[in-house]
Design a protein. Structure first.
Lengths: 344, 344
């Protein structure tokens, strides 16, 4: 089943992110791409004036495939500020765009959210103390158990490569302290629900924390002390899942390389990484521009491109829009999959 | 200049590693490969009888391209043991093979060492308490500052991809405690010396420790507290090096993917990783079977394949010998490069 069968057109709400970054540029480029599905109700949340300025500037550089804001639906937010062009004002406006975009999606049952990149430092300069957009979403939706999932669809094999992070934006030294059986169980619960959009009996892999997954305690005790047991007890309650791990982190993603590039390779449904760089290094190395950041556990689908504000290349017209295109496509695919499941 | 110009034939000494693992199999396979240079004096250190048994077994499985031990130079070590077939006896013999191989290389100025995989647990069962072969080498050569370098030559572009580990076989929780300015400086010194075999003015990259390299202290303080400064002070003393970092770990290896697969991409000479999995995840994802483990800082070149004993596949004839082939080729290339440099 897809949106057409329900006679409701899917709405994709895009917050433009920090306007001193590349968010507006990649959104205008992406919405002009022929990879983007039609028959979708795209709504931008941002400043109409600023989007028009971005459009004119990119055109003046000689770029052609740029969506013209006058042909787009824009929820125009005029953010009043005494200092319009400072880092703090960009921090404030990008925060307000996100808040408004969330409100719209919450009020529209058949919708998904795609967020442009923001700058956390600018947010804090504007007095918005959140460690990222994900945390704003969790608060706005009043959910505690959310997950940061990176996902990419291979253009070679069509396989969807999913990596969920057990811990996210914390220092490396905090990682071993933060990991617990409860945390791992809650992430596996989320991961299972997500994978069930696609298959009834997913295969999930779990990376170890330590080199060689601790090598029987010689290179770290967490696997031996509790992580092995945590996986066993979760799997006993979730027998439909083929759960493998804790696996040696340095070879855990080898099968992902094959699944990404070879049609006949074994395909797994996801890998749970213990920390940010453990998951994101292989994700970016394997999938680079195809990787999309997704928040799972929310009442709706939210995706964003897997890059930052790109302050160093802003205004040059050279920002790659592939990740934004993938974010939009993934939001649509996942929303359709979740509705399919919920209407069974 | 190569070995022929000096009228001395390069000697490559191979310790067979743990004989209950795949070491003997991959060595016999590798030495039969037409990728392996001729005019090299290959010497195996192991048990002649066991190598002959391995050969006969592999032949009985129908495998053909296997070097016959009777045509190889073998430094035959008969390790006396009351229990010949236990994990502990394999631990002891693999340790003795390594020790003998080191002795031979130390006594032969024009030689390199290639080591087959061993099992640390078997070593400790046999009373040899070392955390790996690298530590045995450091002790035997009486050097303190050594480095674990992973290196792979791209079969597509010919570019050599080098990743040096600042810390190696320790638990993740120990990593932030172990890293210091002195450690980073000593590793960069080693890395520079190694890169100078190939180029006068290398470009080196250094990964951060924390997500986004700490993001100005928000996601970890080590970069801000001392790592930034450590790189600056080292670079001031080593102005010939183009030193970049600390870089965001999750995007640090993106340029390696390009250099590996595209002829026109920018080429860097090496990346210093802060910990085992940070370096080895991208190494294996990008280079897989081409990756070779090298010890730098020794008076000679030592390489080994980038895999373990493979106990689960032993005797099946299916072990891949590509990494052993690459280890032998790399040992020869690097020894020639280092001699070239030393005779300038």
């Amino acid at each position: 089943m897809n949106f057409q069968n329900t006679n409701k057109i899917l709405k994709v709400v895009l917050s433009v992110g920090d306007e001193s970054g590349i968010g507006p540029e990649v959104i205008l480029k992406a919405l002009c791409s022929n990879e983007i599905p039609e028959n979708i109700d795209y709504i931008l949340v941002g400043s109409k004036k600023n989007l028009q300025n971005t459009y004119r500037h990119l055109r003046s550089l000689g770029l052609e495939n740029i969506a013209n804001p006058k042909n787009l639906k824009i929820h125009d937010l005029e953010i009043s500020s005494s200092d319009n062009d400072t880092q703090s004002s960009y921090g404030n406006s990008s925060f307000q765009y996100l808040r408004k975009a969330i409100d719209i999606v919450k009020q529209s049952p058949n919708s998904a959210l795609v967020t442009g990149p923001i700058c956390k430092k600018s947010w804090s300069l504007a007095g918005h103390y959140f460690s990222g957009q994900t945390e704003v979403l969790a608060k706005a939706c009043e959910v505690k158990n959310i997950g940061m999932l990176f996902t990419a669809k291979s253009p070679i094999t069509g396989w969807r490569f999913n990596t969920l992070l057990a811990t996210t934006h914390i220092s490396l030294s905090e990682v071993p302290k933060k990991l617990t059986t409860e945390l791992i169980h809650s992430k596996l619960d989320l991961f299972k629900d997500f994978c069930n959009y696609y298959t009834d009996k997913p295969t999930l892999k779990v990376a170890g924390l330590n080199p060689h997954a601790g090598e029987e305690g010689i290179l770290g005790h967490e696997e031996k002390d509790w992580l092995n047991d945590a996986l066993i007890t979760w799997n006993e309650k979730n027998k439909d899942i083929r759960l493998l791990g804790p696996l040696s982190p340095d070879s855990c993603w080898n099968s992902s390389v094959k699944a990404w590039s070879e049609n006949n390779a074994d395909k797994h449904d996801g890998i749970l990484a213990m920390y940010h760089d453990q998951g994101l290094i292989p994700m970016k190395v394997i999938a680079l521009n195809y990787s999309v950041n997704t928040t799972i556990g929310l009442p709706f689908i939210r995706t964003s491109p897997d890059h930052g504000t790109g302050f160093d290349i802003v205004g040059k017209g050279i920002a790659q829009s592939q990740s934004m295109i993938e974010a939009i496509k993934a939001a649509i695919e996942m929303t359709n999959k979740s509705r399919q499941l919920n209407t069974h």
